[in-house]
Design a protein around this ligand. Structure first.
Ligand code: ATP
Length: 473
């Protein structure tokens, strides 16, 4: 497709082109902006490549907008300028050479062609001229336009060398495949498989790998990226616990679903109802301890007793290893630990008290827990799914009603510890905790309403009895 042009209407790019002419510089818009524009999507960032000095050009552009660049990295020949709220990154055209123990290359200034050939995928290696004489002209040295049409990710140069030089490109391939629903060219996939081990050799920081992993989880249908991660052998290096969910067990007439496939369905189900990456993460790991708790019980079939508790306990070391933000740990632990709790509430004879306890334990994460539980309902039989979802809808309604009615969102005794101590003449001790718990239990069991006056009255009723029990402290 020679001489194809991209229609550029973005005033920032038109201005940059004018300035490039004035400064006698060749400037191109490259990378994700071009790819996304050709896919009919609006990009959030602009990458401008300058044949020559990218940082001085960035400074000239910034000056034109009455400002200075937000950041200048002279060593890398790059600079960032925020223009009309758009992140605009300028870079000198460069070529790179790699050492085996690092993904940070030696950098030299280069031509347009050399710069495009160091890029990760052909669809990311398109450049569009901003200079007047060739405004909008697409340079496509590696068949990126054709690959874009065929929705294929292919590396401009030898894929093995591409992934060996910078193994993060393996994760980027998976992210783009998942985000756009692109295929990965078979040779590239083979090379990813061969080079996957480079992801656990410390060449790429865990933070970068995790960042890409979360971006995959953030795509509209994460199972696309996750199953490719598995098929390419990347999951074994990046998240072996998830690979370990694969496997179908069969014994006599019993059989349980492959936990890996089930997990993918749950993640897609949750992705359809939330963009919250931590709720998506909780869905991914909710059954993570199933392989470790699996047992065959005669007459019952396969069981996974305690997998929710063990799974929750695995989260701390997982968060540390993957450098996930520790402030999200309690949330993920809670959802994993509680993910089975709402299901038995579908039985008709369930009391309000059981429902109140669930609502109190889930606290402000009650809705998220219900979403996870709903997403966890999967079966090959659509009739069954429909029936279970209908039943679960009744549970959801009842749980929300009870939680609202009894104000159980941030539940704790309406009479607080300080006051209990004052009324009972106690110092901080276990007895205070016991008194508080008795009040909370009375509310959850429906003995008294969740109101201050009632709780206070109840405290006066029970305090002597509780205080007379010798406390260990
Ligand atoms: P996004 O839409 O996610 O920002 P992008 O393609 O713009 O996608 P960036 O990380 O902003 O991604 O990178 C801009 C361009 O730089 C890419 O399109 C690609 O051409 C090149 N690039 C980025 N990272 C690498 C890499 N690790 N190896 C080779 N080329 C890369």
């Amino acid at each position: 497709m020679p001489n194809r042009k991209l229609k550029i209407e973005n005033p920032v790019l038109i201005n940059i082109g004018k300035l490039a002419d004035r400064e006698n510089t060749e400037a191109y818009v490259v990378g994700g902006y071009v790819r996304d524009a050709l896919l009919g999507k609006e990009a959030e960032e602009i990458d401008v490549m300058v044949v020559g000095d990218g940082t001085s050009f960035a400074e000239a552009v910034a000056l034109e907008y009455g400002k200075k660049p937000e950041a200048v990295y002279r060593n890398f020949g790059t600079a960032l300028v925020m223009i009309d709220g758009m992140k605009t990154e300028f870079a000198s055209a460069r070529k790179e050479s790699y050492r085996k123990d690092s993904r940070n290359p030696e950098i030299e200034t280069a031509t347009l062609e050399e710069d495009l050939s160091r890029r990760d995928f052909t669809v990311n290696a398109l450049a569009v001229s901003l200079n007047k004489k060739s405004f909008g002209k697409i340079t496509d040295l590696f068949g990126g336009l054709k690959d874009l049409e065929a929705r294929t990710l292919r590396t401009p140069l030898d894929p093995e060398k591409t992934f060996e030089d910078d193994p993060l490109r393996i994760m980027r391939a998976l992210r783009f495949a998942s985000r756009f629903g692109f295929n990965i060219d078979p040779d590239a996939l083979k090379a990813m498989n061969k080079m996957a081990h480079r992801l656990s050799e410390g060449v790429v920081s865990q933070e970068r790998i995790t960042n890409e992993f979360l971006l995959i989880l953030d795509t509209p249908k994460p199972s696309t990226g996750l199953s490719l991660m598995f098929l390419s052998g990347v999951m074994d290096h990046v998240f072996p616990e998830i690979s370990g969910l694969e496997g179908v067990e069969q014994k006599q007439e019993y059989h349980h679903k492959d936990v890996f496939r089930h997990t993918l369905t749950v993640v897609d189900n949750i992705a359809a109802v939330t963009d919250d990456i931590w709720l998506r993460f909780a869905a991914l790991v909710h059954d993570i301890a199933k392989p470790m708790t699996k047992k065959f019980v005669e007459g019952e079939g396969w069981t996974f007793h305690g997998h929710e508790e063990m799974g929750a306990r695995m989260m701390n070391s997982l968060f540390r290893r993957m450098r996930l933000p520790m402030n999200k740990l309690p949330y993920v632990e809670k959802l994993v630990r509680m993910h089975l709790r709402p299901i038995p509430l579908a039985k008709e004879e369930v009391t309000d008290s059981a429902i109140r306890r669930l609502a109190a334990d889930a606290g402000e994460d009650l809705e998220d827990l219900l979403k996870l539980c709903r997403a966890d309902i999967t079966s090959k039989n659509p009739k069954k799914v429909e029936k279970y979802l209908k039943n679960f809808g009744i549970v959801e309604k009842r749980v929300i009603e009870v939680a609202e009615k009894d104000k159980l969102r941030n539940f704790q005794s309406p009479v607080r510890g300080e006051e209990i101590m004052k009324i009972c003449g106690l110092r901080p001790s276990r007895t205070v905790g016991m008194l508080k718990k008795r009040i909370e239990d009375a509310i959850l069991d429906g003995l008294i309403p969740n109101e201050y006056e009632d709780a206070l009255k109840y405290l006066y009723q029970i305090k002597d009895e509780v205080i007379s029990v010798p406390s260990k402290d």
